[in-house]
Design a protein around this ligand. Structure first.
Ligand SMILES: Cc1cc2nc3c(=O)[nH]c(=O)nc-3n(C[C@H](O)[C@H](O)[C@H](O)COP(=O)(O)OP(=O)(O)OC[C@H]3O[C@@H](n4cnc5c(N)ncnc54)[C@H](O)[C@@H]3O)c2cc1C
Length: 783
């Protein structure tokens, strides 16, 4: 598994960026856009000289054999400059068809010219109402004595004007095969009417009336070319997605810059929280678009080409990017005010290019129905990592371990779990089993009991656990206080507390929030006053998850008052059995008892239980929050949640609620699966870039933001699947222990509504979504 760019790829990116900055500025582009051909011969020649026109072509045909990821890098660079020359139509699409379907002599005849820029090619294919991938064109090729006769029309052929070769798809005679013909546009009977497109380019309406072509105009044998068409279109769409990402990124950067400098009401526009948050959402969409475009490119490059998986990845990416780019482009115009709607900035040109990408190589509706069909055929959008032999052996080892050690009752308990955190009777036995195997703390350094796994191994392990419905381990020890102790605890504290955390024998809870201090946590008032070797703690903590199960609490308390409210806060480890602690249960709207209020009345806590320096607890607490928010593979669990909703939907269908079968519901699944795939790609990239045990930094806020929103959307979809059956309430908890569940719902449907209700908390705990947006605006967008 390698998701990092190679050195060559970095060099490619830099050279395209340089070209665009130096030779393709605003004025140069405008001149090209206003020229009759929309092509600059010198820019085209430069692209040929750099080898970019040859990049997508196989080495055997005189190309550079670039991967889809390489082509994506090229297109991102060209996209930044809104480059008009038809690299995509000619070198990626048309050349891909000739290379994929052509016989050796045909490839030798046409491809070198495309690679060196002396020929430009376009693909005449799209017909209204005909599926671009598998449909049968109405344009028809009939065998004649001399060769072939082509009749029909292609109402929209991008980049056809000025092309010296047209690749045309046509039905072969009365068969159901589709052939590809290479034509000279000047051939008698071929009519071409030029049209302008909204992105300053040219396209054509092409008509064929008894167009006679020789036998060798047909690429390859007279066999169905649909597999090659599908593959080339997929590579083109993946490349176009990369281009769209670049356009979105430019729009975001321009918007940030504009709002920073534009003063209204006596301050910069960027100082308004509502605008900052909107820009964060734009940035998140850009990042997800980047990730899913890269994922689509990887799917095109897969060693074992699986057309269905590739199709799902590519069309899924297009769908996600369509929506993301609309949001980013519309927001960019909005935040530029009237300047945004003029043609005096490039904003409108990027907007229009994105609009055209959305309407080319399959419409949004066509990509959606392609994904829905693939989904119905059981094609998943999962990240199929190309595992090497060692990784495959590891996966088998994990599977065998789970099969032996995860009792069916625990897996059922996890499926019935509607709470935010698994109950200890579920999580603790699994924690013990993992500990015995040495697998309880994959994120820790090896010398403290970590596993030393590679990112691929961590991914495989989490994926297998999620697939088997293993309960997630309690995060308070392993993912929160553990990393703080590792980073800032004394040796004595490490040897005293880490073993119990690792084994799961000691349960922890988090004492941060107070009745008066939630988002503004630094205003906390629980006070610890020094008395000899002890602190005496007074105050209250609230919303403390699993305080009623915990042996210990890690807490932020006030030990002093400094100039800033963040000063004077310390990080204490408090034994929950200490005299003076009382716990009041709080029931949540989903019916669960997870959270509590904890009161401290003169509770003695040894000074030795303070982590790090007195008064520096705020920085340790923030460090911990980054682990709480990120540092996990949320997407894997989200994917499992989705597949559980899918399974539940089919169960509901058997009992009469056939909602799952509806196209709009299937479309919602598709869109959510795309979102989860984008998040997964981002998580994998972060994970492969991080050393074990490192803090993920501010990007953890982005992961938290999106993972919590997606969880809510997934559970909401679950409620939609139930229809009227969602009304029945089962008040008893935990659900897995209730033998005679209320109503006549199948057991696996019962947790859906309480999960939906409980999931409202996801965008609140660990810092609400608004607070995450504040962090992202400041730490990532620097506004
Ligand atoms: C199920 C659950 C479990 C929890 N578990 C724990 C736990 O184990 N330990 C613990 O310490 N805490 C826990 N919490 C508490 C959680 O961390 C807080 O709820 C959270 O920090 C928000 O604080 P608040 O609820 O006081 O909301 P407030 O701070 O009152 O905010 C209310 C709303 O106002 C908005 N808002 C707040 N600040 C801003 C801002 N600056 N800009 C824009 N909008 C803003 C947000 O929409 C926010 O949701 C838990 C909460 C829940 C729901």
């Amino acid at each position: 598994m390698n998701l990092e760019f190679s050195q060559e790829q970095h060099m490619l990116r830099d050279s395209v960026d340089r070209f665009v900055t130096q030779a393709y500025g605003f004025a140069e582009r405008r001149a090209i856009a206003e020229s009759p051909t929309r092509i600059s011969p010198s820019a085209w020649q430069a692209m040929a000289d750099f080898g970019w026109l040859a990049l997508p072509l196989p080495e055997a045909d005189g190309g550079l054999g670039g991967s889809a990821v390489d082509v994506g890098i090229l297109m991102q660079g060209l996209g930044r400059g809104l480059v008009l020359e038809p690299v995509l139509s000619s070198s990626v699409l048309a050349a891909g068809l000739i290379a994929g379907q052509g016989a050796e002599a045909q490839r030798a005849r046409w491809l070198p010219g495309i690679a060196d820029g002396s020929r430009r090619a376009a693909f005449a294919h799209i017909e209204p109402g005909v599926d671009p991938w598998r449909g049968l064109p109405t344009t028809c090729a009939t065998k004649t004595v001399e060769g072939w006769r082509i009749d029909g029309a292609k109402p929209f052929v991008p980049d056809a004007p000025g092309a010296s070769l047209l690749v045309v798809s046509a039905r072969i005679g009365t068969s159901t095969d589709v052939g590809l013909f290479v034509l000279d546009p000047d051939t008698a009977g071929l009519r071409m009417e030029t049209v302008e497109t909204w992105d300053d380019r040219l396209a054509a309406t092409v008509g064929f009336e008894a167009v006679a072509v020789p036998d060798d105009a047909l690429l390859g044998e007279a066999v169905d070319a649909r597999a090659v068409i599908e593959r080339s279109l997929d590579r083109t769409v993946a490349a176009a997605c990369a281009e769209a990402v670049a356009c979105m990124q430019v729009l975001l950067e321009a918007t940030i810059e504009h709002t920073r400098t534009r003063q209204q009401f006596g301050r910069a526009l960027s100082e308004n929280q509502v605008l900052r948050h909107l820009m964060v959402d734009m940035a998140v969409q850009c990042e997800e678009a980047r990730a899913i475009a890269l994922r689509a490119a990887h799917a095109c490059d897969a060693q074992h080409d699986d057309p269905a998986a590739r199709a799902r990845a590519v069309s899924g990416a297009r769908l996600k990017i369509d929506e993301a780019s609309r949001f980013v482009a519309q927001s960019a115009v909005q935040l530029h005010g009237a300047m945004g709607v003029t043609d005096e900035l490039n904003i409108g040109a990027y907007f229009r290019r994105l609009l055209c990408i959305e309407s080319s190589w399959g419409t949004h509706a066509e990509h959606l129905s392609r994904c829905v069909d693939l989904r119905r055929d059981g094609v998943s959008v999962g990240m199929e990592l190309e595992l090497d032999e060692e990784e495959l052996a590891f996966r088998d080892e994990v599977r065998a371990f789970i099969a032996e050690n995860l009792p069916a009752a625990l897996a059922r308990g996890q499926r019935m779990n509607a709470s935010v955190v698994a109950e200890p009777d579920q999580a603790a036995p699994w924690h013990r089993a993992l500990h015995v195997r040495g697998w309880s703390a994959p994120g820790w350094p090896v010398e403290h009991g970590g596993t030393g796994w590679t990112p691929a191994q961590r991914f495989v392990f989490d994926a297998e656990c999620a697939r088997a419905d293993a309960p997630p381990l309690s995060p308070f020890g392993l993912k929160m206080v553990g990393p703080v102790l590792l980073g800032f605890g004394s040796e004595e504290q490490k040897s005293r507390f880490l073993p119990g955390i690792l084994s799961g024998e000691v349960a922890w809870c988090q004492g941060y929030s107070e009745p008066g201090s939630g988002s503004d946590l630094a205003s906390l008032k629980t006070r610890a006053v020094r008395d000899g070797d002890d602190y005496i703690v007074n105050g209250t903590k609230i919303w403390t998850t699993h305080a009623h199960h915990a042996d210990w609490m890690f807490a932020l308390v006030r030990t002093g008052d400094g100039p800033r409210k963040q000063d004077g806060i310390s990080f204490l480890l408090i034994d929950m059995k200490s005299p003076g602690i009382t716990t009041r249960p709080i029931r949540t709207m989903g019916g669960d008892h997870e959270v509590n209020q904890v009161f401290f009345d003169d509770v003695r806590v040894p000074v030795a239980n303070r982590v790090g320096d007195e008064g520096r607890g705020w920085s340790y607490g923030k460090y911990l929050l980054q682990f709480e928010r990120g540092g996990a593979l949320f997407a894997i669990r989200l994917r499992r949640d989705l597949s559980r909703m899918d399974e539940a939907g089919w169960v509901a269908a058997r009992s009469g609620e056939r909602t799952i079968e509806r196209d709009d519901i299937q479309a919602r699944f598709v869109m959510l699966e795309n979102d989860v795939a984008a998040l997964e790609m981002i998580e994998l990239q972060i994970m492969s870039a991080l050393q074990t045990g490192e803090s993920p930094g501010a990007v953890s806020s982005q992961i938290k933001l999106r993972a919590s929103e997606l969880r809510q959307e997934i559970t909401q979809l679950g409620v939609a699947l139930l229809g009227a059956a969602a009304l029945v309430r089962e008040p008893r908890r935990p659900l897995h222990a209730v033998e005679d569940l209320a109503g006549d719902l199948a057991p696996e449907l019962v947790p859906i509504v309480p999960t939906y209700l409980n999931s409202r908390a996801n965008t609140i705990f660990g810092g609400s979504s608004q607070v995450q947006r504040d962090i992202l605006a400041k730490d990532i967008l620097r506004i």
